[in-house]
Design a binder for this molecule. Structure first.
Ligand code: SAH
Length: 366
């Protein structure tokens, strides 16, 4: 049993069952035993691999995206370049290197990294050390100083806790984490029905609400609507209301039981892009997309970038470039896989109302 499981059990014995979002917040962010506090989650030695770790092309294209968006904003100085959950810092390092083509953009930058993990902060410092741009770290985006900003969030929103409601006897009941007769963590339902969620669906249906993600989106979009800037969200998720849960635990590249080893497995949920869209619009911002990651990267020119890299590569490097391209875009394999990153990952941008459509997204009517 993990140390955190013992703590959570004591908490439940003392105060009763806890909501799923509270459980996720403890499992991921407990100050001592939380998953992101104590380990390196990303990469071969971790539990998952992200797009910037698959290929340098990903961060480079995001860097060039930011340069173009900055021009569209009227080249504000300073520009807060913010990354939410920068992981090992790979995306930012690749983005800043690619942005060397625009020295005036780099000169305008004021870097802000929003990160709660000490271990990852150290990796990020190391990754961007050679870029010679002053950087600031924060635990919360609210601490980034006012002014126009371009914010990037790759696989950040999926880490934020969700709540589940289950339809039972004609009403929605919140799913709680409690204890079974043997004292093991297990899911149960709140006895009190939850009001205000609309009519209950058929018995057993699950409503998953990413309330924390919506709150963060509303705050950032409100800021962009009034102070200018853009937010780029890249994550796995779905577009359109639906029932069902997407909570998943992964431990050493395998799926695991979310209640089995809190603090040792990564817990994520798919992002509800429709809810994110509505949150941004309600805050007065404009929304572009979502489009699939495959579409976004091909509009940004990933195939041309790969062709350039191939020109200076040996046979093994060429094969690695092609494999990365197929993994990131879903193109190039004989049978397109709906679960590939190119399809499953979606990209959404938020801008101020009236700002130009950012690169990578369709212009209305085109
Ligand atoms: N963007 C990176 C890493 C994704 S993993 C990449 O693409 O490789 C998720 C990242 O979000 C990690 O850096 C994690 O420490 C951070 N994170 C998770 N929850 C967070 C929170 N509530 N506030 C700030 N950072 C968080």
């Amino acid at each position: 049993m993990t140390a955190l499981a013992t703590l959570i059990k004591e908490m439940i014995l003392h105060d009763g069952p806890i909501s799923l979002d509270r459980y996720m917040a403890l499992a991921l962010a407990h100050p001592e035993h939380g998953y992101y506090k104590a380990r390196m989650p990303i990469g071969a030695e971790g539990d998952f691999v992200t797009a910037p770790e698959i290929s340098q092309m990903f961060g480079e294209l995001v860097g060039l995206w930011a340069v173009e968006v900055w021009h569209g904003l009227g080249r504000p100085v300073p520009l807060r370049l913010v990354e939410l959950g920068p992981g090992r810092g790979t995306l930012l390092a690749d983005a800043l290197r690619a942005a060397k083509v625009a020295p005036e953009f780099r000169a305008a930058l004021d870097l802000h990294l929003v990160e709660t993990s000490e271990i990852l902060r150290r990796h990020q410092e190391h990754a961007i050390a050679s870029c010679a741009i002053a950087a600031h770290w924060h635990a919360d985006i609210a601490d980034v100083p006012r002014g126009p900003m371009i914010a990037i969030a790759n696989e950040f929103f999926d880490c934020l806790p969700v709540r589940h409601f289950v339809s039972d006897a004609g009403a929605w009941h919140e799913r709680l984490v409690g204890l079974d007769a043997e004292g093991r963590l297990r899911f149960g339902l709140s006895a009190e029905p939850e009001l205000g969620l609309g009519a209950a669906a058929e018995a057993g249906a699950i409503l998953e609400l990413g309330i924390a993600a919506v709150r963060v989106m509303r705050d950032i979009a409100g800021r962009i609507a009034t102070q200018g800037g853009a937010l780029l969200v890249i994550d796995y998720g779905y577009d359109g209301a639906r029932f069902g849960e997407t909570l998943q635990a992964s431990r050493r590249h395998r799926s695991a039981d979310p209640l089995e080893a809190p603090g040792e497995a990564d817990l994520t949920a798919h992002v509800d892009f429709e809810a994110m869209r509505r949150a941004a619009l309600s805050a007065g911002a404009a929304v572009h997309g979502p489009v699939t990651q495959g579409e976004f990267l091909s509009r940004l020119g990933i195939f041309q970038r790969a062709a350039t890299l191939r020109r200076h590569a040996d046979a093994a490097q060429c094969a690695a470039i092609d494999a990365a391209l197929a993994r990131l875009t879903g193109c190039g394999s004989a049978t397109p896989d709906p679960r590939s990153m190119g399809e499953l990952f979606k990209v959404l941008a938020v801008t101020g109302p009236g700002a130009p459509v950012p690169p990578g997204f369709p212009v209305e009517g085109s």
